[in-house]
Ligand binder design. Structure first.
Ligand SMILES: Cc1cc2nc3c(=O)[nH]c(=O)nc-3n(C[C@H](O)[C@H](O)[C@H](O)COP(=O)(O)O)c2cc1C
Length: 242
């Protein structure tokens, strides 16, 4: 197997607590940023600014931010869940419901569940990470004629993947935290980090080293046959040898 394919397959989301006192080295972080710098972006816009947060006071301030779960998240999250490993293995997409509190996995009046859920603080998401990368973009610009700035968002995804693969190669654990770009949280984060109003947060990344060995996580993917079509949509033949 090619080396790059192995790194791609081994890359994974690390949701376990990290060692607060073990920060990735400057040299490693600069390689991760270098990987971001060379990501493909629509029109070569390089439409990202990355804020590296390693100051303990700043991390503490971010950790105090509170967020409430939304009704939309609860409803749409529920639709994507599997309720057993067998179900997930069979579906091959989505995630395991056990990652979430019981009330999020029981179909109910989602508005009521959202209303009654306790606000949680961001330190429950940051989980001891000694370093965060906050990826921001200038919302006033877009790739030419790109409706809804879809090309800009794809570009930010390329930046994400380049950094993630570099971190994987360096043995640094990595988790995306979309919540940093969520409505009320985004405003609070922007205040603490003095991010200008016109910039938006695309996502944040927690980097570090797990405090304990993470348990094996079930990772599923669709089969190649389920993903590709040959020469026309719906044709599931197979690729001819060249
Ligand atoms: C745009 C995007 C947003 C994501 N947001 C989150 C997130 O907020 N929290 C999280 O734990 N994982 C997040 N993920 C990670 C996915 O859940 C994860 O990649 C997927 O479940 C596959 O698992 P793997 O990364 O271990 O291969 C995000 C991934 C992408 C590409």
């Amino acid at each position: 197997m090619s080396e790059i394919l192995k790194i791609i397959q081994d890359r994974h989301s690390s949701r376990v607590p990290f060692d607060r006192d073990h920060r990735p080295s400057k040299q490693d972080i600069m390689q991760i940023i270098e990987a971001a710098r060379f990501a493909p972006t629509a029109h070569n816009m390089q439409n990202f600014e990355i804020i590296i947060v390693d100051d303990k006071k700043q991390l503490d301030e971010l950790g105090k931010i509170k967020s409430k779960i939304s009704e939309d998240f609860l409803r749409e999250n529920y639709q994507q869940l599997s309720f057993s490993e067998e179900e997930l293995l069979q579906k091959k997409v989505g995630i395991l419901g056990t990652m979430f509190p019981e009330s999020w996995r029981t179909p109910d009046d989602w508005a009521k569940v959202a209303r009654e859920s306790e606000p949680s603080s961001l330190d429950q998401t940051i989980k001891g990470s000694p370093m965060l990368l906050i990826v921001t973009y200038d919302a006033r610009k877009r790739a030419p004629a790109s409706e809804g700035d879809i090309l800009g968002f794809i570009s930010l995804g390329c930046v994400m993947e380049n950094m993630w693969l570099m971190a994987q190669e360096l043995g640094i654990s990595f988790q995306i935290m979309s919540i940093f770009g969520g409505n009320t949280v985004e405003q609070d984060v922007k205040k603490i980090l003095e991010i200008p109003e016109y910039m938006r947060i695309a996502y944040a990344i927690r980097l570090g080293y797990p405090v304990s060995k993470p348990s094996k996580i079930l990772r599923v993917r669709r089969d190649i046959d389920g993903v590709v079509h040959y020469n026309r949509f719906g044709n599931r033949d197979s690729l001819k040898e060249s």
